[in-house]
Design a protein around this ligand. Structure first.
Ligand SMILES: Cc1cc2nc3c(=O)[nH]c(=O)nc-3n(C[C@H](O)[C@H](O)[C@H](O)COP(=O)(O)OP(=O)(O)OC[C@H]3O[C@@H](n4cnc5c(N)ncnc54)[C@H](O)[C@@H]3O)c2cc1C
Length: 552
């Protein structure tokens, strides 16, 4: 891409959401530019293990999938979003099958094998063995790489959305394009586009421990916030109970099936603790197990706890968990003879950029799809395997709406200023950035984790405000790089999560606070909507401020 460029549609992100919208549009003859901040496959989609939930079995029904989703969502699912996702699920899975994704077939060879996961009352998860994301992504990536209507720009990280409000143009706030850092040349390029689609994934990297890859830094959510979009329900962060605790295995999950097959959770001294927390012990639901582990780690000041299945025969363990046992051995742990050190880890961001059912945000010409979006599908807790479904369905709906917009609306010649580097110099020392990355993630883990209190949240907010000042200062004075861009986004997302958590005066779904342990009646259930102010002053992206907040 040259220093200034134009494309009708610009997609930010090459995960399942981004590739789906890009391929759907490109197949209809639309020219699409697709940016990915690392290589194309680098994102959560590639790591998805379980599969995609959709009504595919003969004994299953749309009503049943809707009921399971709404029941997991603890009173906050938006009925229209749930119905859209579930009604369109089978058609979207068919599209993947037509793209030749190698889903696992039944032993009989007749149709596809479906698994049943926690919270689902039927078998409805289509999968490709235990590496669904890899199979889907490899198939779509190959198509995107050779599609004549798609221009791929890997190693380009979007910095900010250029909007008419930031440029003080009259009329409604409109997206005009983006600034992006070409990581190879170190130059910031300007791309104008009639439509910009955020498909940048979740924000779980804001926590010290996460199952997510390094790409999940909430960039789309932060950029949309600075562009003037509302952000909803950021307090609902899903934690996976057991991620291997090892510096090199930062995003390796130990499947819940290990507990299902008899694995026991123990303190560093060897005592089992789950029976004290729930009568179902290790088989309690995911959020209860994560909360119990968090409680014990905080109470004892432990860095990790242990998952032990070594009482089972070695052959049983190896045959049931071939991949996990191999991966653990790679990091020096023999799960057939010793307990595995584990910690809960931030896994999924339920909140995000508020959109309608076509992925459109509050800013004209700006869409958000996939994990960075808030459609209302998940409510206060995500049902397993509904997130890949959300990526597929809302990327498809967005592609249809975008085609309609491109035909209907004239974009015209838009002039935007180039990125201004005249006032900044090369960074004097990187330690400020690396130190603040660590401090932020540690503060979020310690004070805004699985079990919250107002005091901890206020403490975290205080730290985040100080970090924000420092990062803002650094951002205004020095040339940008990948780590600084991500840190600036992470600190914005941290503020949104804490602000949302502070404004919810109850425990609901994934948000649990000792100060308000009860759940209000579902009749009073409301989303937490953050409304940005000051975003029109933000040409080089100093940051929108969090003024208008509160459950609505
Ligand atoms: C270990 C693991 C297992 C999971 N298993 C399942 C499962 O079985 N079923 C299920 O439904 N869900 C599962 N999930 C959740 C699911 O994988 C994600 O919610 C989904 O893949 C998100 O897709 P996405 O396209 O929105 O984002 P991602 O796949 O994360 O892609 C984001 C893309 O955006 C790019 N990007 C980000 N910021 C920028 C920027 N500033 N500029 C340019 N590019 C940018 C990234 O490089 C990447 O290409 C799992 C998640 C994890 C981590």
């Amino acid at each position: 891409m040259s220093q200034q460029d134009y494309t009708p549609v610009l997609v930010l992100g090459g995960g399942l959401a981004g590739l789906t919208v890009a391929l759907r549009l490109a197949d209809s003859g639309v020219h699409v530019g697709l940016l990915a901040k690392r290589s194309l496959g680098d994102g959560s989609s590639y790591h998805a293990q379980g599969g995609i939930a959709a009504v595919l079995g003969e004994d299953d029904s749309i009503e049943s999938h809707i009921e399971d989703t709404v029941s997991a969502g603890a009173g906050l699912c938006h009925r229209a979003a749930v119905e859209t996702a579930i009604n369109r699920g089978p058609e979207c899975v068919d599209w993947l099958i037509n793209q030749q994704v190698p889903f696992t077939r039944k032993d009989s060879g007749d149709g596809f094998h479906l698994t049943q996961e926690g919270g689902h009352t039927h078998r409805r998860v289509i999968h490709a063995t235990d590496a669904t994301g890899q199979a889907v992504m490899q198939t779509l990536e190959e198509k995107a790489r050779c599609h004549p209507n798609i221009r791929l720009f890997e190693q380009h990280i979007a910095v900010d959305i250029i909007t008419s409000a930031k440029l003080r143009h009259a009329g409604p706030n409109r997206s005009l394009g983006i600034y992006a850092l070409d990581k190879t040349s170190g130059k910031v390029i300007t791309v104008t586009a009639q439509t910009v689609v955020l498909a940048t994934g979740g924000a779980s990297k804001v926590y010290l421990y996460t199952s997510n890859p390094d790409t999940s830094t909430g960039d789309g959510t932060a950029m949309a916030w600075r562009a003037g979009c509302r952000i909803a329900n950021m307090e609902f962060v899903q934690f996976h109970p057991t991620c291997l605790y090892h510096p090199q295995a930062k995003s390796f999950l130990i499947s819940e099936a290990v507990r299902g097959e008899g694995g026991q959770l123990r303190l560093p001294g060897g005592q089992r603790f789950m029976p004290d927390h729930d009568s179902r012990a290790e088989l309690a639901p995911r959020d209860i197990v994560a909360r119990a582990i968090d409680y014990e780690m905080k109470r004892g000041g432990y860095d990790c706890i242990y998952l032990d299945i070594s009482h089972k025969p070695a052959d049983f363990i190896r045959s049931h968990f071939p991949n996990i046992s191999k991966r653990c051995a790679k990091y020096g742990f023999d799960m057939t003879t010793e307990p595995l050190p584990v910690v809960p880890a931030a896994h999924y961001t339920c909140g995000g950029v508020v959109t309608d059912l076509n992925g459109h945000t509050d800013v004209t010409g700006l869409y958000a799809i996939g994990e960075c979006a808030f459609t209302g599908l998940h409510g206060a807790n995500r049902l397993a395997s509904n997130s890949l479904l959300e990526c597929l369905v809302f990327a498809t709906a967005a592609s249809e709406q975008i085609q309609h917009d491109l035909v209907e609306k004239e974009f015209g010649e838009r002039r935007v200023p180039a990125w201004d580097e005249s006032q900044v110099t090369d960074p004097d020392e990187q330690i400020v950035v690396t130190h603040n990355w660590d401090e932020l993630r540690r503060a979020m883990w310690d004070y805004v984790g699985i079990v919250r209190t107002d005091k901890r949240l206020q403490r975290a907010m205080h730290r985040v405000k100080l970090l924000q000042e420092e990062i803002r200062d650094y951002y205004s004075n020095f040339k940008i790089n990948n780590n600084l861009i991500e840190l600036r986004n992470l600190v914005a997302v941290a503020e949104l999560i804490i602000g949302s958590a502070l404004s919810r005066r109850e425990s609901r779904g994934l948000h649990y606070t000792l100060d308000y342990p009860d759940t209000e009646s579902d009749d009073n259930a409301a989303d937490t909507i953050m409304v940005p102010t000051n975003f029109s002053n933000d040409r080089v992206g100093v940051g929108a401020s969090l003024v208008g907040t509160g459950a609505q």
